[in-house]
Structure formats: C-alpha cells, structure tokens
Design a protein around this ligand. Structure first.
Ligand code: GDP
Ligand code: ZN
Length: 329
C-alpha cells in the first residue's frame, strides 16, 4: 500500500473520529435514519420546532420539547416525536446523524450548530478582494469535519469593470484541485440556476466574510418567497429569532440551514496534521519527504519543495498553508 493511500485513510479516520466525538451520544441512538417522523427546523431555549415528515400533516410544523434523556438537538436533526398536548409534541429519540456542522467555542471546544449537511457553500466575491488564505481556512475546517465544500464566487457582474488576475488565479487553483466552483451574481441572477442545479435536494449551510453577498444570495435563491416552513410565519418569530441558533429554510429546490453563528464560521485551533489534511495536494506528498518531521522549508529530500519546483504545487497554496500553521502556534 502506498504512503499516499495511507495518508488519505488517516485523513478519513481523523474526520471520522471528530464526527464520532460530536456524535458520541449516537451510539445508543434507538432509531435509525429510516424511522424518524420529524426534522428539527429551528430551536431556541428549550423549544424546538419540528417539521412533520410523515402522516397527513406532512407539511406542518409542531412546537416540541425534548425528553430530558436526549442530548442537545440541533437544526437538521431527524427525530421521532409524539403528540404530547393538543398543541405541542415531545421528542423521544434522535436518529443517527450523517454529520455535524460545528464551530469552536471560546474554549476551542466544538459546538454543534447543525446536522445532516450535504454542502458547505463558501461564498467569496470579486469585491471585497478575496484572499486564497481566507478560503483555505474554510476548506481546512470543512475537511476536518468531513463535510463537502462548494465554492461560490459572487458579484461576477463586477468583473467587467474590475478584471482581477487574483480572482482568475484563485479560480484556476481551486478548479485544478478538483473543488467545485460556481460563479454567480446575486444582483443580476447569473449562475443562479447552475448553483440550484448543484444543490438540488440537498441541505446546505452558507459561510463567508461579511460583505461578500450572502444575504443577497439567500434572497436571490428564494428566501423572500419560501423562507417559511409549514405554517410558521416570520411574524411569529419576531423578538425570539435572535436567540435561535440556526434555522432551516426550504428554498426553491434545496434546503438551507442559516444563522449568524454559522455564517461567522471560523477555523479555531487545529493541530498541524489536520491543517495539512485540508490541503489536498500537500497531504499526500508530505508522506514522501525524506524526514518524517520535515518542515517543508529547506530540508533535503522534501517532496513538497520538489513539487513546488516542478509546478505541481503552487507557491500561493504553500504560503497559505504556512500562514495557517504560523497562526496556530
Ligand atoms: P453579506 O454581508 O455577505 O450578507 O453581504 P450582503 O448580501 O449584505 O451584500 C453586501 C453588498 O454587496 C451589498 O451592498 C449588496 O448589494 C452587494 N452585492 C451582493 N451581491 C452582489 C452582486 O452579485 N453584485 C454586486 N455588484 N453587488 C452585490
Ligand atoms: Zn517536506
């Protein structure tokens, strides 16, 4: 078995361990993914709103509380609920999670924000000027959670007046690495159909720096018309929505779980191996360096420096990698 292969397996194991840790309570999960009858679409305090997924009320939502023996539930969790009072239900079990979207808290402990996510949309824009390193930080974090990124370049309408070599270079680097990249204009609607086609029947969350157009994109994708699930009206949430950790919206042909907390997603502390694992083109080669503790800077027999010299690794990505490592020290 090649070293490269091992390293990929290690990466998967790390992601799996991290997910297992987040899902530790799942071991005793009494229901599997086929026997749930609801999905958490919003939660605040002790209250949870559950979308009814089975039976005659299948588009309705029901306000629920959860049995005390259950772990904290997050938006996107699939659950088994029962009618409790005429108005409210009680959640009695949680289905096994496919994955968890989590963010480090102030103690660097991962705090789950949403579950069962298909894509993390990493939004960047022609303006404010994007930096490879911002995007790489998201990619490292997404990789460590075992989630799938979808890169979205917004404001392409500005390219005609602001042609940018930096942007073109970034797109070519990410496409070269095999990441899906979609170019859109939330303002003019360009590329929105392609984005929707990629997200069909999926559940996504959206992250990105302030000002890149996340709100505009959500509006363009249909939030204005279809934001409200079932019979929940926006007015009902007035005054309480600020305490909502996250909320699921049915958009045109996919679901979006959104909240300020998710949008402000950050990397937090990570060890050097996890950072390396997030750089697809570096992680396999690092195993081929002559010295096991190679810093990839000036050691003889460094496979990464060799790959930079022959053009298989870009200096930009290598510098971005080093910059993340330095910021973690
Ligand atoms: P957020 O902070 O990421 O939610 O960004 P906003 O959605 O608030 O957008 C920030 C600014 O960018 C606003 O002035 C928007 O009108 C503008 N904007 C958003 N999308 C586009 C776009 O596709 N093209 C252009 N030219 N401006 C946009
Ligand atoms: Zn090396």
């Amino acid at each position: 078995m090649s070293k490269r292969r091992l390293s990929r397996q290690q990466r998967l194991r790390i992601a799996e361990n991290q997910q297992n840790e987040l899902n530790s309570t799942d071991k005793d999960s009494p229901i599997n993914e086929f026997s749930y009858n609801g999905r958490i679409i919003s939660h605040y305090g002790q209250q949870l709103d559950v979308e009814v997924l089975a039976g005659e009320n299948s588009t309705a939502t029901i306000r629920c509380h959860q049995r005390a023996n259950l772990p904290p539930l997050v938006t996107g969790d699939l659950v088994l609920w029962e009618q409790d009072t005429e108005e409210a239900g009680v959640i009695v079990a949680k289905a096994k999670r496919k994955n968890v979207f989590a963010r480090p808290d102030s103690q660097a402990k991962l705090k789950p924000l949403a579950a069962n996510i298909d894509y993390v949309l990493v939004v960047f824009a022609v303006i404010p000027e994007p930096f490879l390193n911002f995007i790489d930080r998201y990619l490292v974090a997404i990789n460590s959670l075992g989630l799938e990124p979808l890169l979205v370049l917004n404001k392409v309408d500005l390219l005609s007046t602001n042609p940018s070599e930096g942007v073109a270079n970034m797109l070519s680097i990410y496409r070269g690495l095999g990441y899906p990249v979609i170019e859109v204009s939330a303002l003019q609607g360009t590329g929105i159909e392609a984005l929707q086609a990629n997200l069909r029947n999926k559940i996504a969350v959206l992250v990105g720096q302030s000002g890149v157009g996340k709100s505009s994109l959500v509006n363009r994708l249909g939030h204005d018309h279809l934001a409200d699930v079932g019979d929940l009206s926006k007015s009902k949430y007035k005054g309480t929505h600020t305490t909502t950790t996250s909320r699921l919206f049915h958009l045109q042909n996919f679901d979006l779980i959104d909240s300020p907390g998710i949008r402000e997603f950050s990397l937090g502390h990570m060890d050097a191996d996890s950072v390396l694992a997030g750089f697809l083109e570096l992680k396999g080669r690092a195993a081929e360096c002559k010295f096991r503790d190679c810093s990839h800077k000036s050691e003889p027999g460094c496979a990464i420096q060799a790959a930079i010299e022959n053009g298989n690794i870009t200096v930009d990505r290598f510098e971005s990698f080093q910059s993340i490592l330095n910021s973690m020290e």
